[in-house]
Design a protein around this ligand. Structure first.
Ligand SMILES: [Zn+2]
Length: 275
């Protein structure tokens, strides 16, 4: 089974009324002001999966800063939640308190896999703010849900949406919440390198990494380096579709990870997201 553990969909109203959402959310504007920045519908995604030979996709929401926009996005995902090829993540504004906790519970009850893609820079809340994150983590741990987090490289080129959620912040958060299933997207901003330190692996039993947007960030050596350093069960394929077409992202990975039955292509993500 091929799993794409990181794709994005938006509700149809965001597609048809893109201009007004550009005004309503600064991070959305940063990513989608350019008319060529693609936004996909559920139909687009399912067609792409058929073409690329992807069996399951983990569909992330957008880290809106406004809780109401998060809830509207999640509400659209709840209408799609019956499709067995798709597993959904919701977003909430961590500062929204009980309202965020209630919304997360509502989505978990509807079969969502957890929260994502959460983004501390987009949402204006650092991982160190435990009064915001603590109650959400508690709900996720209780439900064996996943938190998928945008991650940022502390070095290298700048790009829209890069942010500053760098490895040391993710490390401290994962260390503080060892029972939480945490997926640090985009190879965790480089955190896997530190698995070469012997104490790291045992201290982070539930931290995983996805390959979203690899082709824009790294050359193809990154796949085997992460799998080698952090372990095959910790690395999962994600395209960041529609930023990258699924078939193209898979082709990039296959140029490096040649074993079709590598956990990277499916079983690692299936274990984490409960597919
Ligand atoms: Zn991201």
């Amino acid at each position: 089974m091929i799993v794409d553990a990181h794709v994005h969909l938006f509700p149809p109203r965001v597609v048809t009324d893109r201009e007004s959402y550009l005004e309503r959310d600064a991070w959305f504007r940063q990513l989608y002001a350019a008319p060529k920045a693609r936004i996909a519908s559920a139909e687009d995604l399912l067609r792409s999966m058929d073409e690329a030979g992807v069996d399951r996709s983990v569909v992330a929401a957008f880290p809106w800063r406004d809780q109401t926009l998060c809830e509207q996005h999640n509400g659209h995902f709840r209408t799609l939640a019956g499709d067995e090829r798709l597993r959904f993540l919701c977003t909430v504004q961590p500062r929204a308190g009980q309202r965020a906790v209630d919304e997360l519970r509502r989505c978990l009850d509807a079969g969502f896999a957890g929260l994502g893609e959460m983004n501390v820079d987009a949402q204006g809340v650092e991982l160190a703010e435990d009064d915001c994150w603590g109650p959400l983590v508690e709900v996720l741990v209780e439900a064996a849900g996943v938190l998928m987090l945008h991650s940022s490289e502390p070095v290298g080129h700048q790009y829209p949406g890069k942010g500053a959620n760098t490895p040391e912040k993710i490390y401290r958060f994962a260390l503080a919440h060892p029972e939480l299933k945490l997926v640090a997207a985009h190879w965790g901003g480089g955190l896997p390198f530190y698995y070469l330190m012997p104490e790291l692996g045992p201290s982070l039993p539930n931290l995983y990494f996805d390959s979203a947007a690899t082709e824009f960030l790294y050359d193809s050596r990154v796949y085997e380096r992460v799998i080698g350093a952090a372990g095959p069960e910790r690395a999962m394929f994600g395209s960041d579709y529609p930023l990258l077409p699924q078939a193209r992202a898979l082709g990039h990975a296959r140029s490096a990870v040649v074993a079709e039955d590598a956990p990277f292509y499916g079983s690692a993500a299936a274990a984490v997201y409960g597919l």
